[in-house]
Design a protein around this ligand. Structure first.
Ligand code: ASP
Length: 601
């Protein structure tokens, strides 16, 4: 090795030892006669002192070195003079007095500062990712990622889970996104799909008798990108046989609680992790991904306002719609401008409007008068109605209702958005808290108005709950599934289900999804057939590793915890992917490109 020690290793106990270090010039200071270089490597920083009186040749190297040059330094460990120790640095008690030094490589001036966490344009960061990864924040995130993956592997292997790799070149498996396709050269006109998940193969591993499988699996989905989505991402994929919901949810919960406690003992972990049925989550929070670090739960005011003097409320309810609200404690202090902004905000969620109502005055609510109701629609509310609303919401004087009336799905979406917005504005969510929640019992199907057919809420291999099976044909929308999701701080980390393991049931579900016997046979014949060879009852889950790491690293964007992510338009500015290929390559693959019009940069 070109070094005897790392730059993060030396302590006062090494005083007097001869060492050789190698790394990058992090900072260089010329103190007229003495040069100080903080030498950085993977492990940390060490201060090196170049003194022309001790070693003139080494000093000349220190003098020539610039930021990010790669140096090798031989020297002696010395205690720093009293008063110059740096308690913020692991090696802050010592320095290395250089006796010899070599420039192993020079470096151009980097396009952005490596030493500071300054804001740098994303494209530039990705183009020079190898420099971006030198920065402390990225380096720390990658190291945390490695600790998390190791923790997960150890935890599962201690519990008899077996890691098995599944292919990247595979057949399509439906997870609801578009596939990335790879043309086959030897099978003209045929394509592999990159796995959206190892779903089918992990189920087949259960049929194969591996009762506890997991994989840190790369998955690919061609869909619109957001802060929590990348075209390729890493999942913790897991499956076990002879398990029921409780068994899988227990693993999800315990693994993540133990992981959080091990990696971020400094964060507040809410234990035990609550469980909400899908219906309860939607009723209380308007969403199946609630951020439970704060209250502001939805209140249903439909009954109180069924006979409202306000036509829109009355008509909405008469047509099967609902009136729901969130009640903001102390919200009466919101200015007109603030409530106007919130109205515009909910309109972004397709709500037609937002009705505010504040309870003014002092004392118990029994004495609430008409004048103490402040609302643009005050005259349509009676004190009795306001009191009943307050009772339902547990509200007091000084609080403010923000109401939306519409069909339930629109109201829920708008109030979920509003709740998160107000949570953010009032800083209600503790940034140092991890609040996991398990959501279970999702509907099995959802109806799509546009193409007038049922879709799986999760994927077609999910088992219906037994009590709904008799409704599969007559009322598919009423059937719930044996599924669950893990959510933390409003982020869906992943989910899974108990699977169908019988051919007839799988065929029936395919049929409801509009996949007839022939298509089922062509696309999923291998699954249907495998179920006829003694498939055990089984279930599992997958969680996003990138999201888990981002959550524990307190980052909002998963790209901050991925070594080489893509831009929001799915390109890689570093390698230029996706790239062009030669016409020979295309011909070999039996492909003709007809149209590059739709290309985005
Ligand atoms: N395959 C599913 C997914 O990737 C998870 C599961 O059901 O295990 O979302």
């Amino acid at each position: 090795m070109l070094k005897t020690h790392s730059c993060g290793e030396l302590r006062a106990s090494y005083e007097g030892e001869s060492v050789t270090l190698a790394g990058w010039v992090h900072r260089r200071r010329d103190h007229g006669g003495l040069i100080f270089i903080d030498l950085r490597d993977h492990d940390g920083l060490t201060q090196v002192v170049f003194n022309p009186k001790d070693a003139a040749d080494a000093y000349a190297v220190g003098d020539a070195a610039r930021g990010e040059y790669v140096l090798q330094v031989e020297g002696t460990v010395a205690r720093r003079p009293k008063g110059t120790e740096n308690p913020n640095l692991a090696t802050g008690e010592i320095e290395v007095k250089a006796q010899a030094a070599t420039i192993l490589n020079e470096a151009k001036t980097p396009p952005f500062y490596i030493v500071e966490e300054s804001d740098v344009d994303e494209l530039l960061r990705l183009k020079y990712r190898y420099l971006d990864l030198r920065r402390e924040g990225m380096h720390r995130a990658m190291m945390m990622r490695q600790r998390i993956i190791k923790f997960i592997r150890d935890w599962l292997m201690e519990r008899e889970f077996v890691e098995i790799e599944t292919p990247i070149l595979t057949a399509p498996t439906p997870e609801g996104a578009r596939d990335y396709l790879v043309p086959s050269r030897v099978q003209a006109g045929r394509f592999y799909a990159l796995p959206q998940s190892p779903q089918q193969l992990k189920q087949l591993l259960m049929v194969a008798g591996f009762e506890r499988y997991f994989q840190i699996a790369r998955c690919f989905r061609d869909e619109d990108l957001r802060a929590d989505r990348q075209p390729e991402f890493t999942q913790l994929d897991l499956e076990l046989s002879f398990a029921e919901e409780e068994d899988v949810m227990r693993i999800l919960e315990d693994l993540h609680a133990d992981l959080a406690a091990a990696v971020r003992p400094d964060l507040k972990l809410v234990k035990p992790c609550p469980r909400l049925s899908h219906d309860e989550a939607v009723r209380r929070f308007g969403t199946d991904k609630p951020d439970m670090r704060f209250g502001l739960e939805l209140v249903d005011l439909t009954e109180v306002l069924r006979d409202s003097e306000f036509t829109i409320f009355r008509q909405t309810v008469a047509q099967g719609g609902v009136v729901r609200a969130i009640c903001v404690p102390g919200g009466a202090a919101f200015s007109r401008k603030q409530t106007d902004e919130l109205t515009t905000f909910v309109q972004g969620y397709e709500a037609k409007g937002l009705v505010s109502l504040a309870l003014l005055g002092e004392g118990g609510l029994d004495s609430l008068t008409q004048e103490e109701i402040r609302s643009p629609l005050a005259k349509y509310f009676t004190p009795e109605q306001a009191r009943e609303m307050a009772r339902l919401a547990g509200a007091n004087r000084g609080d403010m209702f923000l109401m939306v009336a519409d069909k339930p799905s629109t109201v829920n979406k708008a109030l979920d958005g509003l709740r998160r917005e107000i949570g953010q504005r009032l800083e209600l969510a503790d940034p140092n808290m991890l609040h996991f929640v398990l959501i279970y019992d999702f509907p099995l199907f959802e109806w799509n108005d546009e193409d007038e057919r049922w879709y799986s809420v999760t994927h077609p291999f999910t088992q219906p709950r037994p009590e709904g099976v008799h409704l599969l044909e007559s009322d598919p929308g009423a059937v719930h599934s044996r599924s669950y999701d893990l959510v933390c701080n409003g982020w869906e980390l992943g989910g899974g289900s108990i699977r169908i393991h019988r051919r007839e049931m799988q065929e029936q579900v395919f049929r409801i999804l509009g996949i007839g016997p022939e298509e089922a046979q062509r696309r999923f014949g291998h699954m249907l057939e495998a179920f006829e060879y003694g498939a055990p009852p089984h279930g599992g889950f997958a969680t996003g590793i990138d999201r888990t790491v981002a959550l524990l690293a307190q980052q909002d964007d998963i790209r901050e915890v991925m070594a080489f992510p893509k831009t929001k338009s799915a390109t890689d500015p570093l390698t230029g992917a996706p790239g062009e290929v030669t016409s020979e390559q295309l011909a070999e693959l039996h492909i003709t490109v007809t149209d590059t019009e739709g290309a985005t940069s």
